[in-house]
Design a protein around this ligand. Structure first.
Ligand code: SF4
Length: 386
């Protein structure tokens, strides 16, 4: 198996190019084709000599994602269902103009990214875990979700033309560098939330490498503070994350503020109960000095009683956490329901009355298989039936 070109970092590619005795600007050109022009074939890299393109083809794969389905409109949530090279299906979700979900004035183009095919953690309310875990995604498959969404024309992003700009980099005299765009248009996607299919921290090393690529100036150029990593509660990996040099944000998929509720809907809580989980979050906070977000899916009759706001507010105050309330999106085949809007508002008001910061996300995607993993699940069922 050849490694994929997008699974490698600048320093690794630099070592390879040096071993081929290529000038440094060739690597600049290659990275420009991959992460600015977002091309999908070696042949499109027209300013690289044919012999180099052939050499790259012999040493690396160039993975792209095949768009199987897209749902939603540009002004609402857009879901992308991708087929990977082994036929597996994953989802990415574009959330345009969601106000202030993760700390900025407006997270205008947030992409929710998957990290695994399926999920082993089996949260009872979740479509992604229904058929279990199939495999981890590779670095290139995580990175590609951003590039592939930006390639889809209706996502509103125009890939910058590589032929209209011919300004060499300062200090670089080689005219062949003229096809590098020194002022690429800003990315469509400037915020990432790592909370699509899979438990992100269960694919830890791969995810960190992908995020370093998406953060690097030579790669995605997305600020680390604009990247939020979610976890269902892997306490040891939260402690690891605390030691990472980059300042990623952490979101805890809490969904219950007592062990009784979490044990009922999230099997991971039996391995890492709340006391252990909260201690890990406190450690993260001490190291990072960053606000944590609690994700709390409101499920009728499970965790939406106003009494549940007391332990939830206590945890939020202890960790100085903000709470995102998310009304449940029903999943075909699962028994859980979304609470009424009156109950949602009452829950929100009770939290605010206890002095914690909380927002109620009025999901835009309720009609388009909005629940995590639902589009993939439905498509797999349809394919199996044909
Ligand atoms: S909610 Fe997240 S961790 Fe839980 S089963 Fe779904 S994808 Fe896995």
């Amino acid at each position: 198996m050849l490694p994929d070109i997008k699974s490698l970092h600048h320093d690794e590619l630099q070592a390879q190019f040096e071993s081929w005795t290529l000038p440094a600007y060739r690597l600049e050109q290659l990275l420009n084709w991959l992460y600015v022009q977002r091309v999908t074939s070696w042949d499109a890299m027209t300013n690289l000599p044919k012999a180099l393109r052939e050499r790259l083809r012999q040493h690396f794969t160039l993975t792209t994602l095949e768009l199987v389905r897209k749902q939603g409109a540009r002004d609402t949530t857009e879901k992308f269902l991708w087929r990977l090279s082994d036929g597996a299906l994953i989802e990415s979700v574009l959330l345009p103009a969601n106000p202030a979900l993760y700390g900025d004035a407006s997270d205008r183009h947030t992409l929710c990214v998957s990290t695994q095919v399926g999920c082993a953690y089996g949260c009872k309310f979740c479509a992604s875990g229904i058929d279990g875990w199939k495999r981890n995604l590779g670095v290139e498959e995580i990175v590609e979700q951003v590039l592939a969404v930006e390639r889809v024309p209706s996502s509103g992003f125009r890939v910058p033309s590589c032929t209209t700009v011919s300004v060499p980099e300062p200090g670089t005299q080689n005219p062949e560098l003229g096809t590098r765009n020194p002022n690429p248009e800003p990315r469509l996607i400037n915020n990432l939330v790592i909370m699509g299919m899979g438990e992100p921290l269960a694919n830890y090393d791969t995810l960190m490498k992908a995020l370093r690529t998406l953060n690097a100036p030579w790669g995605g150029g997305i600020g680390a503070r604009k990247i939020t990593i979610s976890t269902s509660g892997l306490a040891p990996q939260i402690r690891r994350l605390a030691d990472e040099p980059l300042q990623f944000r952490l979101a805890l998929s809490l969904h219950g503020a007592t062990d009784a509720v979490r044990n009922k809907i999230m099997p991971v809580n039996r391995k890492y109960p709340l006391a252990e989980l909260i201690a890990a979050c406190e450690h993260y906070q001490r190291r990072k000095d960053r606000m944590i977000t609690f994700e709390y899916i409101l499920i009728a009759g499970v965790n939406d009683d106003v009494e549940e706001t007391r332990p939830l507010a206590a945890l939020a105050r202890r960790l100085n956490a903000k709470i995102n309330l998310i009304p449940y999106n029903t999943v075909q085949g699962l028994p859980w329901q979304r609470p009424s809007e009156a109950i949602q508002e009452k829950f929100l008001a009770a939290l605010e009355a206890q002095g914690v910061t909380a927002t109620l996300r009025r999901e835009k995607g309720h009609d388009i298989d909005a629940a995590c993993g639902q589009l993939r699940l439905r498509t797999e069922r349809e394919l199996a039936a044909t």
